[in-house]
Design a protein around this ligand. Structure first.
Ligand code: FES
Length: 107
């Protein structure tokens, strides 16, 4: 379980308590965080769950797969070194307190 804080481009902040195994995309969309769409349902096929992970915590995440890296080429907003797809990040205690910024647009 982990508390994850999503900060939207507007500055709106939402902290969600996520059970282990839930993706950050699932947690955001189930809790009314508008900055993540998740149109493909989490199958790494739409890139509408783009997020910017707190750079100081990148080492706490599993590395992005080849598939995720490929989809990150298709994000609508600027891709940055800390860009990830929220559907590919699964909650666990290691992510407690993680701060995730969201881009202004997903499409
Ligand atoms: S929800 Fe489609 S790529 Fe993440």
């Amino acid at each position: 379980m982990a508390n994850i804080t999503f900060v939207e481009a507007s500055g709106q902040s939402t902290t969600v308590n996520l059970a282990d195994g839930w993706s950050l995309m699932q947690g955001a969309t189930a809790n009314g965080v508008d900055g993540i769409l998740g149109e493909c349902g989490g199958s790494c096929a739409c890139a509408t769950c783009h997020c910017y992970v707190d750079e100081s915590r990148l080492g706490d995440l599993s590395p992005a797969s080849e598939g995720e890296l490929g989809m990150l080429d298709n994000v609508a907003a600027e891709r940055r070194p800390n860009s990830r797809l929220a559907c590919q990040i699964k909650a666990s205690a290691a992510l407690e307190g993680l701060l995730v910024h969201l881009p202004a647009t997903q499409e």
